[in-house]
Unconditional design. Structure first.
Length: 226
């Protein structure tokens, strides 16, 4: 290999999921260890890997995804190395150990197929101008890969009474055990259009983490429910 390119070669496999650089995910695939991944995120693979778009388990989930925030997913199976990416976004790998994570669907890149999956409406927010927030909750023991528009910050909310406030458009994921409520900063008219990010925050309290990206989502995370 050309010495100038040698530094970009894959490293030896160290885990089921790991980063190759900041914006690429490497997954060690093996028979019986299927993966769900964002459709279109495969950029390369080695070995024998098959893909099934919109598998039955995901079709059932999509029927619950009433907000239009649904993430099209494919099932990946086989043996080899699979490389995934999402338009150059940073990749964050999480290893759940009998735990759960609530994820913004637009930031979900891949996860072990054996993990439990569901769509939930975030409690305590619907009273704000009829708006609601829907997230994907992933639980169990296994691997999850998220994307972030830039290097994210992971805030440990701790066990104190202080609340952590986050712009919902910058929210990536959080611990479901946290208590969530909405807060308005300005008068109701400021909630219209792009100003909603600054006028409305989500307040987290309790024990757990919140993952925040340094860029606001261009799509509305808070949608008026019809």
């Amino acid at each position: 290999m050309n010495q100038q390119l040698a530094g970009f070669a894959p490293t030896p496999v160290a885990a089921r999921m790991e980063n190759h650089g900041r914006a690429m995910l490497k997954v060690a695939m093996a028979s019986g260890q299927d993966l769900f991944a964002r459709t279109g995120s495969m950029i390369a693979y080695e070995g024998f890997i098959q893909y099934e778009p919109n598998p039955p388990a995901i079709r059932q989930l999509a029927s619950q995804w009433v907000t239009g925030e649904g993430t099209p997913l494919m099932k990946c199976s086989g043996d080899g190395l699979l490389y995934l990416a999402d338009y150059g976004a940073d990749v964050v790998v999480v290893n759940l150990d009998n735990d759960a994570l609530s994820v913004n669907g637009t930031n979900l890149l891949a996860f072990d197929a054996h993990l439990q999956l569901g769509v939930e409406r975030v409690k305590g927010l619907a009273k704000f101008a009829g708006q609601g927030l829907w997230n994907v909750q992933i639980s169990g023991t296994g691997w999850v890969a998220l994307t972030s528009r830039g290097t994210p910050i992971v805030v440990d909310c701790g066990r104190g009474e202080d609340e952590t406030y986050v712009d919902p458009d910058a929210l990536v994921a959080w611990s479901p055990a946290l208590k969530v409520k909405g807060k308005r900063s300005f008068k109701a008219s400021a909630l219209i259009g792009r100003g909603s990010g600054e006028a409305y925050q989500m307040a987290f309290s309790g024990s757990g983490i919140v993952v925040v990206q340094p860029s606001e989502d261009s799509t509305d995370r808070l949608r008026v429910q019809g």
